[in-house]
Write a protein that binds this ligand. Sequence first.
Ligand code: KG4
Ligand code: ZN
Length: 336
Amino acid sequence: MRILGIETSCDDTGVAVYDSENGLLAHALYSQLGHQAFGGVVPELASRDHIQKLLPLVEDVLRQAGVTRNALDGVAYTAGPGLAGALLVGASFARALAFGLAIPALGIHHLEGHLLAPHLEGDPPPFPFLALLVSGGHTLLADVAGVGRYRILGESRDDAAGEAFDKTAKALGLGYPGGPAVAQAAAQGQERGITLPRPLTDRPGLEFSFSGLKTAVLRVIGEGPLTASRRADIAYAFQEAVVDTLAAKCERALELTGHTRLVVAGGVGANQRLRARLAEAAATKGARVYYPRAAFCTDNGAMIAYAGSVRFAAGARDTAALGVRPRWPLSELAPP
Ligand code: KG4
Ligand code: ZN
């Protein structure tokens, strides 16, 4: 089965072709840069950019894959969660294309795409596993028994880890998206007496909270002039605080579930310091960590094409109604 995947939930337009026999044939991504001036994603601008980029990206990906659109067996698209307008562009495009080609369409849960992304790699993690999903919109730990079998063990009560990176970057004047910018600044920094909280690590449970950390960063910024070296030190202390917190919760979750595999997905999973700390944490529990390649940690079309291929293969199809779900709890999914 050859599946076209379309991702438009936020500010990245991602398109890919996945073949259930030959794997990923091609993928392309357009990352919208117009939001930088606003320090965050502007939903209306995101929708307009998706409209302009989708068709050329699909043509590009089909050319790269060396297949014509008539060789497609299905179109999978992100149906939620995400920005309503952005999702609707992808859903309308995917549904219209599928209708025109007389092939089925299928709406995919964005977080399922992220969770299954390591399956695009050569040495995929067998089920069951523990998953840490750390993106701009979500931070959660899930017990993954199989496709569509997700038990949420803990989530963020407020900001997501990626959101905390983005807000810290903004407060430090480091631009958007904040994750890579903070990581880059942190590489030049040291702890130098800046102490930041590791939220909720002193309490039992697997919940997260990152909004207090952001407030603590703002307080530290207010303590003195923000020179380049001070900025680097604050970025360093912030990154350590987030990474320590995530690693502590993963260690706890591995212990509670007894899983020996930890899958890390979502944009923050691209963070090198996090990867190093999770490797240590997993080692203490005799567990192994799996990641998708960096390009498939952040939003992309390949993960949607892959999740689509798995669900299509099991017979899943969209109903006649066109709809998206800007809010869509992962726990509502069922096996195909
Ligand atoms: O998964 P993703 O591309 O989009 C969502 O579904 O949200 O994640 C984007 C988030 C942003 O908050 C971005 O700042 C963060 O991932 N991010 C990083 C890094 N690369 C991206 N955070 C920390 N370190 C990175 N290297
Ligand atoms: Zn995402």
